[in-house]
Write a new protein. Sequence first.
Length: 405
Amino acid sequence: MSLTVLVAPSGFKESLSARAVAKAIAQGVHRAMPEARVLMAPMVDGGEGFVEALVDATRGTLHRLTVTGPVGLPVPSFFGFLGGVGPRTAVIEMAAAAGLSLVPRDRRDPTLTTSYGVGELVRAALDAGAERILLGCGDSGVNDGGAGMVQALGIALLDEEGQRLRFGGGELLRLARIDLSGRDARLDRICINAAVNWHNTLLGSEGVSRVFGPQKGAIPEQVIGLERGLGVYAQLIRGATGVDCTEAPGAGASGGLGAGILGLLGGTLHPRFDIVMRYLDFDALLTEADLVITAEGTLDCQTVRGKVPAEVGRRAKERGLPVIALAGTLGEGCEENLVHGIDAFISIMERPCTLEDALGRTEALLISAADEAMRMVRIGLEVHARRARMPWAEPQESPGCLQKP
């Protein structure tokens, strides 16, 4: 049998979905090695593509609606219902209502952006008869601790004068009281399971504001304010519900949305791949593969903290499979991935260019990078085949691809 390549990438933020990335890489593989068998497993981590992947995997349904976007304006959005038997399960991705891609570049200020639309998605799912909710956390453009989300579900966040807070993480510094009297009663009768990055904590040197606030547009002074505001929020959540979010794994996911889910909605946080892998049957695909190719927009020291390439690499290494990672950019600490399951990584960038140019050419760049990587693989296989020949054997044509025993 010819070489079997498993293509398991994440999406490239603000450019291509995981499915589109997988198709581009597959095209590049076939360009270099037409005889290769390619399996595609677009990977989702709770961010963009989470709903689409799980709905497709279970033959579920997609439901479209308009919600309040992260800058307070209406945006088109969606949620899904899983197919199959069992509880009527809605699947939601917070990025569809409060994702970074929904925040115009000139309005990226996490002191102002809101997760209110996420609460509207939860409410719509409840209205549609959901008995369980899977809520994917990732690719967020907010840092409000899920404050907007819980406000949309009837929880009042009040200042010292009893006035409701406005939108944005910057408002949490003014929070004095949490009023649960108007909380949607249906939340007590439903199971909410959130898929989060287990490494994202709410506060401290590795807290969400310090690590991700600048990526969402926060300047240093705002990062300090956002951190302090989430500290106030966590203290008042504990006073209102008894739940301590300060050190809970995953509470910092999606700008602290995990804290709101855990502390005020009564949900449960799970390592995101524990949820995703249940539906994608990824481990079964690994058993068929000879080589794995994964991909991510930026490969850096944060990748090893629960992102797609690291998880793919970890699972592949359990089966002794080689892994190549393609990246839009290689950031600080990218070499750390070489001891976390990735055997080689390649930047898809061919030359210096602007971000806008790169985003517009991502598909072509991925095809070219995959083609180049597989040509290197072909050379390695041919060298291996040549060295493996016994001196007394008749000359053989190089197979050009790895043969399974």
